[in-house]
Design a protein around this ligand. Structure first.
Ligand SMILES: Nc1ncnc2c1ncn2[C@@H]1O[C@H](COP(=O)(O)OP(=O)(O)O)[C@@H](O)[C@H]1O
Ligand SMILES: [Mg+2]
Length: 270
């Protein structure tokens, strides 16, 4: 259905997000020095202007304008069918709106060719979907290394970098496991590592905890927001769950294909 899995990024947040995840993950360690560097480009400013998108007779987005500064974490909330996933897909260049434009760092990606847009997606964005969407035949390490390998990083350093990210996500010892040998929460942590390994400008996450129990979902959200923040990436998260959305700094509420409310919140767990 339309709950197609999609993923997303985070930004600087409040101290309330800094509790211990409880499995020795991303605080401290020399590895973070690299991760706290700004993303490879500083053009992570997202801007959608007056975008509309329909599926046949169904108007999924109607004249939506939204601007997301680099490093911010934004939760897109709203009832089922309100247009959340469509908005996320338009911001991420997975879909092109029929009207309006979408820019990243001043580049109108909605006007690029499919090929150029998918290159931009691979380089500048990371994704976390509801079910992880890991490649089942690859190990955790290979799954995480994929965005680097696609970007041309030599295999050895890509795998080394992947191991570092797995360690940050508390997954040391799981490097050789395939997705089928991981719990749902572990698989989502691998997906977060994969979304961040190439230090994207923006991480997109569509219902990333939708398939997890509440406690595991809480851990995954804590990791998603802290690691995205440490990587200096923006986070755009879709969720219909207020407890999940509360991890973000900003709440964008969609109703009937339009923005109903847009406000800053404190961020961190409820
Ligand atoms: N591929 C599609 N084909 C037809 N209708 C779609 C498609 N994707 C979404 N829709 C419709 O567009 C509206 C918005 O969908 P979506 O953006 O997936 O909402 P949400 O993520 O908030 O549940 C809904 O009415 C949905 O049924
Ligand atoms: Mg959706």
């Amino acid at each position: 259905m339309h709950e197609s899995p999609t993923p997303f990024p985070g930004g600087p947040t409040t101290s309330s997000q800094q509790g211990s995840p409880g499995y020795g993950a991303p605080q401290g360690g020399p590895g973070w020095q690299q991760a706290t560097m700004p993303p490879s480009s500083n053009g992570g400013h997202l801007l959608a202007r007056h975008i509309s998108k329909s599926y046949g007779a169904v108007r999924a987005l109607q004249d939506v304008t939204v601007e997301i500064p680099p490093g911010q974490s934004v939760a897109i909330m709203g009832p089922s069918g309100s247009g959340k996933t469509t908005l996320l897909h338009c911001l991420a260049g997975i879909l092109v709106p029929e009207f309006g434009t979408v820019e990243l760092g001043g580049v109108v990606h909605s006007a690029l060719s499919d090929r150029e847009r998918s290159k931009l997606r691979a380089r500048r964005f990371g994704f976390v979907f509801q079910d992880g969407q890991l490649l089942p035949e690859l190990s955790s390490r290979e799954n995480v290394a994929l965005p680097l390998l696609i970007g041309g990083t030599p295999r050895k350093s890509a795998l080394r970098e992947a191991d570092m990210w797995l360690a940050r996500l508390g997954l040391t010892g799981m490097e050789s496991r395939r997705p089928g040998e991981l719990s749902g929460g572990q698989a989502q942590r691998v997906a977060i590592a994969r979304a961040l390994v190439h230090r994207p400008d923006v991480v997109f996450a569509d219902e990333p905890t939708g398939a997890l129990d509440q406690a595991t979902g809480h851990e995954v959200m804590q990791l998603l927001t802290t690691t995205t923040q440490m990587a200096g990436s923006t986070l755009v998260l879709v969720s219909h769950d207020p407890q999940v959305a509360a991890w973000c700094q900003r709440l964008l509420e969609i109703r009937d294909a339009a923005i109903h409310d847009d406000r800053m919140i404190s961020g961190g767990a409820l």
